[in-house]
Design a protein around this ligand. Structure first.
Ligand code: A3P
Length: 342
């Protein structure tokens, strides 16, 4: 079935056939999710996204908004914390005491069943004396995010074409990209982390689903390329995870410059320490460990997991490596896009 879009949303929204939908649901163990494909690139999203698509596309942008945009598992959280601290006069006290999700909400969180699951857990826990935590993790709706006081900090995994067309001319956008081989490994672990999805069908299959654009927010290369093409826009900063990983101080300075912030060498050092993997992993404000306590995350996985460049090598056999190499080469051949570490 095809829904022709209304005048507020320019793309066609196609539901999957019942067989296709069932196949992916079974593979992902996402029993309750229905999927759609959006527009000419066929972005793979949930039916609940389709209900919010026009609302998101027409989200009123303010000129002091800051967006962090990425394909999932590309270092979004790391970038959010960096951006938020630079833009908030390095207020470490607030960064530690207010959860990142609260400071920097996720625009399309309500398109997932997880959002309902969190609400449900929160409801059950209302009387358990941890309501502060519960309140802090309640997902905001798109309409609630609209009403947040300025300056607003907003995370999204949607590609540029599904976001408001005036976003880049009005607000600042930081896009972060990462080697898709590390992305797919990280996403595999993320799916295992999420109790309600939790696939145990093996990494090999996840790689195939990723390459076949059957994982949320794919196609990966269209997502990255849409931002890459805008990388020289004065309001766009295009980062690579591998650059942050190689030289975090230089990346901090680059982001500070983009945001128009002065930063001393000493402040760079302190911020670098704060953002360092081991410290990040133990930082309750960003590591999402509380979602284990409420039964959303598995105990034996971690959101801030390994933080390595090239960790994919431990997961790919020769055949998978060749397949991924070809897929990457085919996608970047006729473009000027190159990963910094290739
Ligand atoms: P791995 O699963 O490979 O470890 P996102 O925030 O977009 O979901 O990205 C998550 C990935 O970023 C995870 O990758 C996570 O470990 C990594 N990451 C988070 N914080 C990091 C940090 N401070 N340094 C390096 N990597 C970090």
């Amino acid at each position: 079935m095809t829904n022709k879009s209304d005048k507020n949303f320019p793309y066609e929204i196609k539901e999957l056939t019942p067989d296709e939908n069932e196949e992916i649901r079974n593979l992902r163990k996402a029993k309750a999710l229905d999927f759609v494909r959006i527009g000419p690139k066929g972005y793979f999203l949930t039916k609940r996204y389709a209900e919010e698509a026009a609302n998101i596309y027409n989200f009123p942008i303010k000129n002091d908004d800051i967006f962090v945009v990425s394909y999932p598992k590309s270092g979004t959280t790391w970038t959010q914390e960096l951006v938020w601290l630079l833009q908030n006069n390095l207020d470490y006290e607030k960064a530690k005491s207010v959860m990142l999700n609260d400071r920097f909400p996720f625009l399309e969180i309500t398109i997932f069943d997880e959002a309902d699951a969190v609400r449900e857990s929160a409801g059950k826990m209302q009387n358990d004396g941890i309501s502060d935590l519960v309140n802090a993790m309640l997902p905001l709706t798109v309409d609630q995010i609209k009403e947040l006081p300025s300056p607003r900090f907003i995370k999204t995994h949607l590609p540029m074409s599904l976001l408001p067309p005036n976003m880049l001319d009005t607000a600042k956008v930081v896009y972060i990209a990462r080697d898709p081989r590390d992305v797919v490994v990280s996403f595999y672990h993320h799916h295992k982390l999420m109790k309600i999805i939790s696939p145990d069908t093996g990494f090999k299959q996840d790689l195939d689903l990723f390459i076949q654009n059957k994982i949320l927010w794919t196609p990966y290369f269209d997502h990255v390329m849409e931002a890459w093409q805008k990388r020289n826009h004065p309001n766009m900063l295009f980062l690579f995870y591998e650059e942050l990983s190689k030289d975090l101080s230089a990346s901090i300075r680059r982001v500070a410059k983009f945001l128009g912030k002065e930063i001393s060498d000493e402040q760079v050092t302190t911020l670098r320490e704060h953002l360092k993997f081991d410290n990040f992993k133990n930082n309750a404000s960003v590591n999402m460990e509380h979602l284990k306590d409420v039964g959303i995350f598995q105990k034996n996985e971690a959101f801030v997991r390994k933080g390595k460049v090239g960790g994919w090598r431990d997961y790919f056999d020769d055949e998978m490596t060749a397949k991924a190499d070809k897929w990457i080469a085919d996608n970047i051949r006729d473009t000027d896009f190159r990963f910094p570490h290739f």
